[in-house]
Each structure stands twice: as C-alpha cells, then as structure tokens.
Design a protein. Structure first.
Length: 98
C-alpha cells in the first residue's frame, strides 16, 4: 500500500480529504495497491469504479495522474508470438510486439 500512498501523494493536496479517502479506499478495495497495478488500470476500469460517486474534476485528476505514471516508465508491450531460432550452437528468442 506504500506504492499507492506514494503515487497519490502527488495530487493529495489538490483534493479534499473526503474525496482522497474515497479514491484511496476504492483502489484498495479493488486491489490496485502497487505501482504496477496502477499502471495496468484502464479507463474502463476507472469509469466502472468511479462512475457515480466521484466528481468529474476529481476523476479527471485521477486519470491524469494514472496516465503520468504510465508515461513515466511505460510497460513493455505484450508479445504476440515467441519463437526460438537455432543458429549453430546459439539459441535466441525472437518476439513480435502487438
């Protein structure tokens, strides 16, 4: 949960305490507590979690900071196919990105 606290500390002062606590508890309840899990959050998941109970300004701020986190150190793209090529005694793995 320290990752979540660190990530949310970047915009904690821009939210009132009630809104901050609501966002924090909702993310914890849905088990988005690590930096990696936060990077994997999609817009659809945020919409689902915060569809009615969060003001649009607070939601926009959350989406903005999640996007910043993703841009800070992007995750490698998923690989579509893995194949091994054997060249003499060497074995290498080639991957194709989606």
């Amino acid at each position: 949960m320290a990752d979540l606290e660190n990530c949310m500390s970047l915009f904690r002062d821009k939210l009132d305490q009630k809104t901050y606590d609501f966002i924090f508890q909702t993310l914890v309840t849905n088990q988005f507590t690590s930096r990696l899990q936060l990077k994997l959050l999609t817009s659809e998941q945020l919409d689902y979690m915060f569809s009615k109970d969060l003001a649009l300004g607070a939601k926009a701020l959350l989406v903005y900071h999640v996007d910043l986190l993703k841009d800070e150190s992007p995750l490698p793209k998923k690989t579509k196919e893995r194949r091994k090529e054997v060249h003499g005694n060497e074995t290498s793995t080639a991957t194709e990105s989606c």
